[in-house]
Design a binder for this molecule. Structure first.
Ligand code: NAD
Length: 232
């Protein structure tokens, strides 16, 4: 790994699983009680805004009680010590990377703790409810929605992500099933660019064969072990 200078890390719900946040397709989670189409699409919001807002209110409240785990802390240590470029692209809408201390984090699917005003296009930090249609702190319109990218919407800052991949020497995918595009396609982009690829996951993801190396195990074990190798 000595010739590695620029790193892009993609994280998914699996890195927050041991903090007690349900993964998308794991058993028994909130996602299981709701079909994705009923809560995580623009069509669902147009059809039944109260159901969608109540669902996101619950998720927003729940994540604030959760704590970062050893995997979040390890990536924060890597972020602090790594001299080259490093970008943590997360599909997660929780804030556990930031609370773990990481700074170079890009939320491609938005953030639970932000509300987006569709009238004035300003994003505001948000911790409470959106169900009672509070006014936007900037323009006062009652048009706030969760600042979360729903299925069928364009993820954020894709140009920056592809730019970082073009510069990367190593692409690492952590705790993601490889089922949600475009994030699931990053490994293919990386391979086409000649970038080394590593998967850290509990079980092999759908795109597992595309990685040069796969290490299986819980994120709180495999991530700190990998980070220790990188910063030794
Ligand atoms: P996913 O649920 O589809 O896949 C989770 C992956 O994590 C699986 O491959 C699973 O094997 C792995 N995993 C489970 N427990 C693990 C552990 N302890 N250690 C390591 N790996 C573990 O999640 P995804 O691929 O991130 O895609 C789901 C979508 O849902 C994303 O778009 C994301 O925005 C959203 N989501 C976010 C959160 C969050 O913010 N924490 C939670 C659920 C869903």
């Amino acid at each position: 790994m000595s010739q590695i200078r620029n790193i892009v890390i993609l994280t998914g719900a699996g890195i927050s699983a041991e903090s007690g946040i349900d993964t998308f397709r794991g058993g028994g989670g909130l996602w299981e009680q709701h079909r994705v189409e009923d809560v995580a699409t623009p069509e669902a919001f147009a059809r039944d805004p109260n159901l969608v807002l109540r669902f996101y209110d619950m998720r927003r409240e729940a994540i604030q009680e959760k704590l970062p785990n050893a995997a979040h802390f390890a990536l924060a240590e890597l972020d602090a010590k790594w001299q080259g470029n490093l970008l943590i692209v997360t599909q997660n809408v929780d804030d556990l990377h930031e609370r773990g201390g990481a700074r170079r984090v890009l939320h491609m699917h938005g953030e639970h703790l932000k509300a987006w005003c569709t009238s004035c296009d300003v994003r505001s930090h948000w911790r409470g409810t959106l169900l009672d249609r509070p006014p936007c702190p900037v323009c006062q319109a009652r048009t706030l929605r969760p600042d979360v990218v729903w299925f069928g919407e364009m993820p954020y800052r894709m140009g920056e992500i592809y730019g970082a991949l073009r510069e990367a020497d190593l692409f690492v995918s952590i705790g993601t099933s490889g089922a949600v595009y475009p994030a699931a396609g990053f490994v293919q982009n990386a391979r086409e660019l000649g970038v080394q690829t590593l998967e850290l996951n509990l079980e092999r993801s759908q795109g597992s064969a595309l990685f040069h190396e796969t290490r299986l195990g819980p994120a709180t074990e495999v991530v700190p072990a990998w980070v220790a190798e990188m910063i030794q």
